[in-house]
Design a protein around this ligand. Structure first.
Ligand code: SAH
Ligand code: SF4
Ligand code: F3S
Length: 463
């Protein structure tokens, strides 16, 4: 194509953002933009931002600051009559949705701010900025997935060649007191089963070996859909969706993230058990091991109820992995309450946890409880201990795998001292390294686990 432009996009945050980026790149390629991994080469610099913690937002602000300097240098060249590049800078994702016009004011060199509800207006927005306008498009009303027929028009530039992310629901109605997501992603809405099935079939046909269903609360999928209109009268649930996806022909795996503990129904557990393609892996953030803190977080379960769900899952599956997220130093958290978090990791034998120190977010309830804020030093001390406990738990969980035989989807290889070391994932999402032929990349292989370290397993290929 004549006049192919280049776009560089930096993606921060969760898989939902990564998935949005894949769709944004698909749209951009339709309009003549080619992706580059070299920001200095780009005509369009874009940052897809995360606002879950102040640190993530700050990362985006400073990146845009650097890009602004480049743009200024080009502008100086232009003023001196030298050849220059007409750089455009765009800010999207959760920080964009949250800060809106403020971003245009704060960063005079930013051309475009677009929110999580405006992704599919990008072609129109690009036209406007290329005509010299500065634009902010951050609708408050979420666009329903069901109105997203235009999505199908554009291809998806998937970042990985084996694992395809498929968003099935977006938004959140839970309003946990610490969390910005309901404000940046809006209320829960689900995509029609027919659209999801179509996207999955296409991905499998293209050679993807794993699909991961995405949603902020994936297990509340379907609540806003109508069984009669959208699903031949069947209940629109994650369980039924998994059953349908499982019927797609071919050898591939299915995963789903993230689960809200009390939304995991017995039928969902049953469906995971029934469906041979659905992996025995549950990401169920607990956030705190203390029931009082959980209540203050507005989580709809206590420590015991979380434990019941874990028990049910462990009793159903042999080699299941259950992972979690925890926050250290929530406002008012005492040392004893924090210790409950450490003991929960042991008691429920959690296989891995994402951890973070509490970060106050505007608009959220807990951010107003300033008199109960925990000082930074205590927070980072607790986070360090939480990380140590997590490392211990991971190693323990990995050591339990020694001697087992896992089916591995081989994802990559590395050459080391004339040896080929393959890396892949087991059904329970554990990373396994083993020697083998690089032709195995993209295939499934059975591997006997022979060793364990904190973050991965080692094994031997079974021929
Ligand atoms: N929907 C998921 C979590 C999405 S946000 C759930 O309900 O579990 C991802 C993780 O970021 C959360 O699980 C939480 O551990 C962390 N997080 C969210 N807000 C935070 C905050 N203000 N400070 C620190 N960590 C936070
Ligand atoms: Fe945030 Fe809670 Fe919603 Fe998860 S359930 S996205 S933590 S508000
Ligand atoms: Fe971050 Fe938005 Fe995801 S705040 S964690 S990118 S939903």
């Amino acid at each position: 194509m004549e006049d192919m432009k280049k776009v560089y996009i930096e993606t921060m945050g969760c898989q939902m953002n990564k998935s949005d980026t894949e769709r944004i790149l698909g749209m951009l390629s339709y309009f003549g933009y080619e992706e580059t991994t070299e920001p200095k080469e780009a005509d369009l610099l874009m940052v897809n931002t995360c606002s879950i913690r102040q640190l993530s937002a700050d990362k985006a602000y400073s990146l845009v600051g650097v890009w602004g300097k480049w743009k200024n240098d080009e502008r100086n060249k232009e003023l001196q009559g030298q050849p220059f590049k007409n750089i455009k800078i765009a800010f999207c994702g959760c920080v964009a949705q949250q800060d809106k016009e403020k971003l245009l004011k704060r960063f005079p060199y930013v051309d475009l701010v677009f929110g999580t509800n405006n992704v599919y207006e990008l072609p129109e927005l690009l036209k406007r900025i290329n005509n010299g306008e500065r634009v902010c498009a951050t609708n408050e009303t979420p666009k329903k997935f069901t109105e997203g027929e235009q999505e199908a028009k554009y291809e998806i530039k998937r970042a990985k060649s084996l694992n395809a992310w498929i968003p099935i629901m977006e938004g959140c109605n839970n309003f946990c007191t610490y969390c910005i997501v309901p404000f940046t992603r809006g209320r829960e809405r689900s995509r029609k089963p027919s659209e999801i099935l179509e996207e999955a079939k296409k991905a499998i046909k293209e050679g993807f070996k794993e699909i991961t269903l995405l949603g902020q609360n994936v297990d509340s999928y379907g609540k806003n859909l109508d069984p009669d209109r959208d699903y031949d009268g069947r209940d629109v649930t994650l369980a039924n969706l998994l059953r349908d996806l499982n019927k797609i022909e071919g050898k591939f795996r299915i995963r789903f993230v993230t689960s809200y503990p009390t939304d995991i129904s017995d039928d969902l557990i049953k469906a995971v058990k029934e469906c041979d393609k659905v992996c025995e892996f549950f990401h169920i953030p607990m956030q705190s091991g203390n029931s009082k803190i959980l209540k203050e977080m507005n989580r709809r379960y206590n420590r015991e109820e979380y434990g019941e769900i874990v028990k049910k899952i462990r009793n159903t599956f042999e080699d299941v992995a259950i992972t979690s997220d925890f926050i250290a130093g929530f406002p008012g958290e005492t040392e004893e309450e924090f210790l409950d978090t450490l003991s929960a990791i042991d008691e429920f034998a959690l296989d891995y946890s994402n951890t973070a120190a509490y970060s106050p977010r505007v608009k959220t309830k807990a951010a107003k409880w300033t008199e109960r804020f925990i000082d930074e030093e205590t927070k980072s001390n607790r986070l360090a201990r939480l990380n140590e406990k997590n490392r211990e738990a991971c190693l323990k969980s990995n050591e339990k795998c020694i001697g087992k035989i896992f089916e591995i989807l081989v994802e990559s290889y590395e050459e080391k001292d004339n040896n080929i070391i393959l890396a892949g994932r087991a059904r329970n999402n554990k990373i396994v390294h083993f020697n083998g032929d690089k032709n195995l990349v993209g295939q499934f292989a059975n591997v006997k686990i022979t060793g364990a370290s904190t973050w991965h397993l080692r094994g031997e290929l079974i021929l």
